[in-house]
Design a protein around this ligand. Structure first.
Ligand code: C2E
Ligand code: MG
Ligand code: MG
Length: 687
């Protein structure tokens, strides 16, 4: 062990040498000595001993008290006074100079030893304490924490200036009361803070730690973290508790945002699939307690959303999704959940309904809400959706089973033309599976061009001859035989397969028309149906022109059919496209007239040439007088704006007679001919 180094300041040379001898004897090292205050201060500064023994009544300019204070304050070295007497005066003087002890002359080795040991020990303890205090003060300052110190006996709390500042108050604006703290805590958090405090005071938890909201002077709430620890007496009863408070608002906000983002859709702000399934699962658990309180799940998929996205761009698509999300929110109650699952798929949890009728009412409300006009940029839309509904029953134990069934019902609604809802029933499972298979098969059919085109003659009522034919596509399915449009067109439209199918029909029918024109029917034309997607294709006119030039067909040998629903998607676009086609010399007809908006006012602005009255009107001839007069009106109006009229679905002689009397131009229907193969059509033309 290293020897402790001691400095002696004693002007009595005899006493000094005695002291020297005893100290060396005791095992200390005497590093130096002095006889005046000034030289003591100077030498101690240079030698830095562990302890100074200092005669309390040194002669000279600087007295011992001043010297001792300087050594204590500036050098942090303990001073023990030497004196011949221990009167009160002397002791007080020693204490004033913050001495670490007091030894009496003449010296006694034992006492000297214990006094020096005690002084050195006390000094080292003081140093440690001071260092730790400084460290703590530094840490507090660096962490920017507020401090509180709670006297549990008087129930007063000392709040540091920083604690008060954090809440927006000056030092004198907050008292020592506990209310200053606890009354500012957010009511939702008061219980948790209290529980944590009690648990620590009772000794259940090793320390107190709690995150909660506390009211700032501005009235806003801060998030703070409060940590603390109780001090206990011998009987383990806490009598004091102290701790810190730090502002964690920004961290908390970031955390809350992260937690929110993880379960919400960024575009619409709606709960995402994860949150939806979670709520649905909770609901499923809850129904066990109250089985009569029913709920249902709706699965909603926008019709032809891809068309919007592809033709008007993703920005517009996003805008539409936001609009739809808002409209859906309007159709439900607070306790229900609307969620965006992905793309254009939404799900709704109807949290509590008496029976299925309520779900149907809401579905109707949604249908009506969605269809209200939507401006997308400069474009008007009438969005529709396909909705599947699954009502809770005991067979369901998992959330995704309900969602899956609602999805299956939605598929059926979609396959039946969209803009409608279906309630799930057990047969739909197979349907959904079939639909997925159909999508895959369609893809393959496109590659192998498994298409057959049938032609149905369109007959002029003036000449009683076929003037043209409508091209109608069929799918020659490798296992299921010939399939009709109703079995696959909707799916093809949804998946986009309709584009290659449509182009195939265009190419083949134009080539076929060219053949018929070359063989003694120079004015014969074909009429081809355009799907919504084809119509949205900005390259359409170019493609048509190219097919005409490749097949060598004159543009007046081709008619194109569009439906009202497609035409009104975007009036300006429709007008431009029809004008382009008109310039090219291709005539356009409005198909299925009477099933959609049936507004002749907008028809007038389009360069349309032909109006095809839907077969549902023709079917009613002779059975429904109101419809007869409607047909008369339609024909008259069409004529007045220069449109040719074709009646579709003519099956009976009486219908034909009626149409002839109304001066309808052309007719099409089973009465005249079913759609037939190209070769049969050729034979028909020859007869
Ligand atoms: P559409 O354009 O209105 O075609 C007329 C439909 O009525 C055809 O059904 C035709 O077979 C049927 N039809 C004709 N005469 C009668 C009749 O007297 N009575 C009855 N009950 N029906 C008659 P099809 O061929 O099943 O086609 C259905 C729909 O599929 C078409 O309706 C059209 O919208 C669509 N479609 C057909 N081919 C194509 C195509 O190549 N491309 C596109 N995009 N759609 C097509
Ligand atoms: Mg048609
Ligand atoms: Mg039609």
């Amino acid at each position: 062990m290293q020897k402790e180094r001691i400095f002696i300041a004693e002007d009595d040379t005899q006493a000094a040498s005695d002291l020297f001898a005893i100290l060396e004897d005791l095992g200390y090292k005497v590093v130096g000595s002095a006889i005046s205050g000034e030289s003591t201060v100077q030498m101690v500064g240079e030698l830095k001993p562990d302890l100074v023994l200092l005669e309390i009544r040194l002669k000279g300019k600087m007295d011992s008290i001043v010297a001792a204070k300087q050594i204590h304050d500036n050098m942090d070295i303990p001073v023990v006074f030497i004196s011949t007497q221990a009167d009160t005066m002397t002791l007080q003087t020693a204490m004033l100079a913050q001495a670490y002890g007091f030894v009496l002359k003449p010296f006694n080795a034992g006492e000297l030893k214990s006094d020096i040991t005690m002084a050195l020990f006390k000094h080292s303890m003081n140093r440690k304490l001071r260092e730790s205090e400084e460290r703590y003060a530094l840490a507090v300052r660096a962490a920017n924490d507020g401090i509180w110190d709670w006297n549990l006996q008087t129930n007063e709390i000392y709040y540091s200036i920083r604690w008060k500042e954090m809440l927006g108050f000056k030092d004198d604006q907050i008292s020592n009361g506990t209310d200053e703290w606890f009354n500012r805590i957010h009511t939702d958090d008061q219980r948790i803070v209290q529980a944590n405090l009690v648990s620590h005071l009772k000794g259940t938890s090793s320390h107190f730690e709690c995150e909660y909201r506390i009211k700032h002077a501005t009235g806003k709430y801060l998030w703070v973290l409060s940590c603390g620890m109780a001090v206990r007496d011998a009987r383990n009863t806490p009598y004091r508790m102290a701790g810190s408070q730090s502002d964690i608002t920004s961290r908390k906000i970031a955390e809350l945002r992260l937690a929110h983002d993880a379960v919400h859709d960024p575009l619409t702000g709606l709960p995402n699939r994860v949150l939806f399934l979670d709520r649905l699962q909770n609901r499923l658990e809850r129904i066990k307690r109250n089985p009569s309180d029913l709920f249902a799940v709706m699965f909603l998929d926008l019709d032809r959303f891809k068309v919007v996205n592809d033709s008007l761009g993703h920005g517009v698509g996003d805008q539409l999704l936001i609009t739809i999300a808002n409209r859906l929110m309007h159709c439900i109650r607070n306790e229900d959940t609307v969620s965006r699952l992905s793309g254009d798929e939404f799900a709704i949890l109807l949290n509590s309904i008496p029976d299925i009728n309520e779900a149907l009412q809401i579905a109707n409300r949604i249908k009506a809400q969605l269809k209200t006009t939507t401006m997308l940029g400069a474009v008007e839309r009438f969005p529709t959706a396909s909705i599947g509904i699954a009502l809770f029953s005991e067979k369901y134990t998992k959330a995704d089973e309900l969602l899956r069934d609602a999805d299956a019902a939605m598929y059926v609604a979609k396959a039946q033309g969209g803009n409608q809802y279906r309630i799930f029933d057990a047969t739909m499972h197979t349907n959904a599976v079939e639909l997925i298979r159909l999508e895959a098969e369609l893809k393959r059919a496109v590659e192998r061009e498994e298409w057959v085109i049938h032609y149905q003659p369109i007959v002029s009522l003036t000449t009683n001859k076929a003037v043209g034919a409508e091209a109608l596509v069929r799918w020659n399915h490798p296992h299921r035989g010939l399939l009709y449009p109703k079995d696959f067109i909707h799916v093809a439209e949804e998946t986009g397969a309709i584009i290659p199918i449509g182009e195939h029909v265009l190419r083949s029918a134009c080539a076929q028309a060219k053949i018929w024109r070359n063989s003694r029917h120079p004015d014969f034309w074909v009429s081809i149906n355009l799907s919504a997607r084809q119509f949205q294709d900005i390259e359409l006119t170019k493609k048509v022109a190219s097919i005409l030039s490749v097949t060598g067909l004159d543009s007046n040998g081709l008619h194109l059919e569009i439906t009202e629903n497609v035409a009104i998607l975007d009036m300006e676009y429709t007008n431009n496209l029809l004008t382009e086609l008109d310039r090219l010399g291709v005539q356009t007809s409005l198909d299925d007239f009477g099933t959609g908006y049936s507004s002749l006012s907008y028809l007038k602005q389009f360069p349309l040439k032909i109006l095809k009255i839907d077969q549902s009107f023709i079917r009613d001839i002779q059975t429904n007088k109101k419809n007869e007069s409607l047909i008369m009106a339609i024909i008259a109006m069409a004529r007045s704006i220069g449109l040719e009229v074709v009646a579709e679905g003519v099956e009976k002689g009486e219908q034909l007679e009626f149409l002839r009397n109304q001066l309808c131009d052309n007719v099409q229907g089973y009465l005249l001919s079913h759609p037939v193969s190209a070769s049969d059509m050729t034979r028909l033309l020859e007869d």
